[in-house]
Design a protein around this ligand. Structure first.
Ligand SMILES: *Cc1c(COP(=O)(O)O)cnc(C)c1O
Length: 341
C-alpha cells in the first residue's frame, strides 16, 4: 500500500482529516451496525444534548508501524474499558468493548496509508468519542447517541529534542472528590482551559493540580498523570479516586516492575514530598513521558536534579522500554500489542 506523501517528521499535533472514519448510532435502545464513512462532518440539532449539557466523552490511542512493518495499536481493550466506565458515569450507553476494538481495527486498516512509517517518529492518533445526539431541553440524558472514531497523523512529540517542562501549582481545582476526575469526559477539559491558559500566560507549560479537599496531595495535570522517581530509584505514582487512570502510566508501572525489575509504589503522594524526588515526568499517550524540570509554587520552586536539558536516567529507561515495546523492538507483555495488519 502506497503511503500518503506527507513530511512525517515535521507534523505537529494538529487535526488532519484522513480518508475514513467509523460512525455508529444508538437509537431505540440499541446500537446500529455502524460503518466507515468519508464524511468528516456531523450534522446535529441546535438543541442536541452535547451542545446544551456537554454530554460527551472521548478516548485517545495511537497506531504505530513496527520495526518489521506491521501496523499495531497498544492495549486498545483498555481504552474500550475506560470508555465504558466513562459512559456509565455520564448516563450514556456503553459501546460494547469488543465492537470498540473492532472499530479501531477498521479505522486503522482503512487509513493504512496514513499510518506513519517506522522510524519517522510520527504516529497515527485515534480519537474515539461519543456524544448526545438528539435534542434535549430539560436537563436529562439524550436518548440517541453517536459513537465515532476518526484518526489523524501526528508528529514526533520531542521534535527538536527533549525539553523538560516547567509547571505551576494551580490555584484552581481539576476534580472534586466523588466528581468526574476519574473519567474521560469533555467537561473536565472545558473547565481546565482557563487555568491552563492562565498558566501559559504566566510562562508555565502546565498546571500541577492538588487534591481539592485538602490541597496537600498531588493529583495530576490537565491531561497527564505524574510519575516520580525517588533518589534510591523507586518509581512512585500518585493514587487518588479523582485521577484519570492513564493507560500509559499503568503500563509504565508494569514495565518498571516486571521488565526492569524496579520497585514501584502506587500511593498517595504529599506535595511536601515532591522536593525529595530525583525525577518527575508526565505520562500520557501523546508523549509517553515528558520530563518535568521545575515546579513553581507559592513558597518557591522545586528544581529536579535531572535538570532542564534532558530526561533523567530512569525516565529515559522507562521511555525507551515502552516505546521499544510499542515499536516492536522490545518483547511486549502478553496482549499489549494488537496487530491490525
Ligand atoms: C487521557 C488522560 C491522561 C492520559 O491517559 P493515557 O491513557 O495514558 O493517554 C491523563 N490524565 C487525563 C486527565 C487524561 O484525560
Amino acid at each position: 500500500m502506497e503511503k500518503k506523501n506527507i513530511d512525517w517528521a515535521n507534523l505537529g499535533f494538529e487535526y488532519t482529516p484522513t480518508d475514513w472514519r467509523f460512525v455508529a448510532h444508538y437509537r431505540d435502545g440499541k446500537w446500529d451496525e455502524g460503518e466507515l464513512t468519508q464524511d468528516a462532518n456531523v450534522v446535529i440539532s441546535e438543541c442536541a444534548g452535547v451542545l446544551q449539557y456537554a454530554q460527551t466523552c472521548f478516548e485517545g490511542l495511537k497506531a504505530y508501524t513496527t520495526e518489521d512493518g506491521k501496523i499495531v495499536t497498544f492495549r486498545p481493550d483498555l481504552n474500550a474499558q475506560r470508555m465504558a466506565d466513562t459512559c456509565k458515569r455520564l448516563e450514556m450507553p456503553v459501546y460494547p468493548e469488543d465492537l470498540f476494538v473492532k472499530a479501531v481495527e477498521k479505522v486503522v486498516a482503512a487509513n493504512a496509508a496514513w499510518v506513519p512509517p517506522y522510524g519517522s517518529g510520527a504516529t497515527l492518533y485515534l480519537r474515539p468519542f461519543m456524544f448526545g445526539f438528539n435534542s434535549v431541553i430539560g436537563v436529562k440524558p439524550a436518548t440517541e447517541y453517536e459513537f465515532r472514531i476518526f484518526c489523524t497523523p501526528v508528529g514526533p512529540y520531542f521534535k527538536g529534542g527533549v525539553r523538560p517542562l516547567t509547571l505551576t501549582v494551580s490555584d484552581f481545582d481539576r476534580a472534586a472528590p466523588h466528581g468526574t476526575g476519574n473519567i474521560k469526559a469533555g467537561l473536565n477539559y472545558a473547565m481546565s482551559l482557563y487555568p491552563v491558559m492562565e498558566a501559559h500566560r504566566n510562562g508555565f507549560d502546565e498546571n500541577m493540580y492538588l487534591d481539592s479537599a485538602t490541597r496537600t496531595k498531588v493529583e495530576e495535570t490537565g491531561g497527564a498523570n505524574f510519575l516520580f522517581v525517588t533518589k534510591d530509584g523507586t518509581v512512585v505514582t500518585p493514587k487518588s479516586d479523582s485521577i484519570l487512570p492513564s493507560i500509559t502510566r499503568r503500563s509504565l508501572m508494569i514495565v518498571a516492575e516486571k521488565v526492569l525489575g524496579m520497585k514501584v509504589e502506587h500511593r498517595e503522594v504529599l506535595f511536601e514530598e515532591v522536593k525529595e524526588f530525583a525525577e518527575c515526568g508526565l505520562c500520557g499517550t501523546a508523549a509517553v513521558i515528558s520530563p518535568v524540570g521545575k515546579i513553581v509554587h507559592k513558597d518557591g520552586e522545586i528544581c529536579f536534579p535531572s535538570g532542564m536539558s534532558e530526561m533523567g536516567p530512569v525516565t529515559k529507561k522507562l521511555y525507551d522500554t515502552l516505546t521499544g515495546i510499542q515499536m516492536g523492538r522490545v518483547e511486549a507483555p502478553e496482549g499489549w500489542i494488537h496487530v491490525i495488519e
